[in-house]
Design a protein around this ligand. Structure first.
Ligand code: COA
Length: 339
């Protein structure tokens, strides 16, 4: 047998053996996948049955709590305390099981599973979301800068607004996926991005008349400022994320949390004046647009619509931010200092 053919046969034999091994590993992998999907179904149905039974038990406890002896009352109190903490524990378990998509995700993506099944991949996704926001914000900042200082063309403004529409739509999708994966993003921030997408869409259709030219610079300066604040916000939020990851635990925090808390408060007190200034700029935009809509030569519906959007943005942002800060202050005061 020629030497070359022998080499080919030997190589082929080795390849065959490796292929058999691969087949076996893959069969094992499929078997494990099936086992995992069975376990997931089991856990999900146990969780929903536990939820139902918890409700039944708490109803029974309420019934029993009329006039029990001191010892029985103590036992009932203990059960009550445990019942209160159980829903949180169940929700934390649920965060690692396939969840149903909400209406928006079902409409856009269909019935595909978007639940990430490990803490690492959840952090990774959030991290990537923050990076995406930061990169796009820097691009938008540069774009607004060019439009404001160097290039006063309607078609460039249109591109800027189109990028804004695309950016906000993408954020709504990514945030819905984050929420399915256990993020505590307030509903307002997602709604904020729907309104911002709509607002940029309306500005995109605003004809290039006198009124557009009057508002243009104010809007571009606002876009510049907003991008700048969003860069600060991204820095703050990524900082929170990295520190939380370093802590290892997301929601149950204790001793080492003090360091995180102090960093968060430093970041927040630095960020808040910029945020509130931005909110009042939104109010200012809305007042300017309402005034403009009163002018006799104002024929464009976009003026009033944009004014309304800015007003809604101002109210939602302002009141939600105040509520978030109030909640943080309250929980800081309630938490006993452990250091
Ligand atoms: N957009 C997207 N996600 C947000 C968000 C926002 N504006 N504000 C908070 N979140 C997310 C957080 O990342 C966190 O997610 P996680 O559960 O996956 O970790 C969750 O919501 C809960 O955050 P919370 O602890 O309530 O707030 P925070 O400390 O992360 O941020 C603020 C607090 C005030 C800094 C933040 O809400 C904020 O920047 N708000 C102002 C936004 C604004 O007004 N923009 C317009 C500027 S002109």
């Amino acid at each position: 047998m020629p030497q070359d053919l022998r080499v080919v046969l030997e190589e082929w034999k080795r390849l065959e053996e490796e292929h058999q091994q691969l087949l076996e590993t893959h069969r094992l992998y499929l078997q494990k996948l099936e086992e995992i999907s069975k376990l997931q179904k089991n856990c999900s149905s146990s969780i929903s049955s536990q939820r139902g039974r918890l409700k039944d038990v708490s109803r029974l406890v309420k019934k029993c709590s009329k006039g029990p002896s001191e010892e029985d009352a103590k036992t009932l109190d203990e059960i009550n305390e445990k019942i209160k903490t159980r829903p949180n524990a169940l929700s934390e378990m649920e965060a690692f099981l396939p969840n149903k998509n909400g209406l928006y995700l079902s409409l856009v993506l269909g019935n595909v599973n978007v639940t990430l099944l490990s803490k690492q991949s959840k952090f990774g996704y959030k991290d990537e979301y923050e990076k995406f926001k930061l990169y796009l914000t820097v691009i938008l900042l540069l774009f607004s800068f060019i439009c404001y200082f160097f290039a006063s063309y309607r078609f460039l403004d249109a591109i800027l607004n189109f990028v804004l529409v695309w950016y906000y739509c993408t954020l709504t999708l990514r945030e819905s996926i984050l929420i399915v994966n256990g993020s505590r993003i307030k509903g307002w921030w997602v709604f904020h991005h729907y309104i911002s997408a709509f607002l940029s869409g309306v500005i995109l259709t605003w004809p290039d008349g006198n009124l557009y030219k009057i508002f243009r610079n104010q809007f571009l300066a606002y876009s510049l400022y907003q991008s700048f604040v969003q860069c600060l916000q991204c820095y703050y939020q990524s900082g929170c994320l990295y520190r939380l990851r370093a802590l290892g635990e997301r929601h149950n925090m204790d001793l080492t949390v003090e360091g995180f808390q102090s960093w968060m408060w430093k970041g927040l007190t630095f960020l808040l004046p910029f945020l509130f200034f931005g909110h009042f700029w939104q109010l200012f935009n809305s007042i300017s647009l309402f005034r403009m809509s009163q002018l006799p030569d104002c024929k464009e519906w976009q003026v009033l619509m944009c004014g309304l959007c800015f007003l809604i943005l101002f109210m939602g942002n302002f009141f939600t931010t105040v509520a978030v800060v109030r909640h943080k202050v309250k929980s800081r005061n309630q938490k006993p200092k452990k250091l």
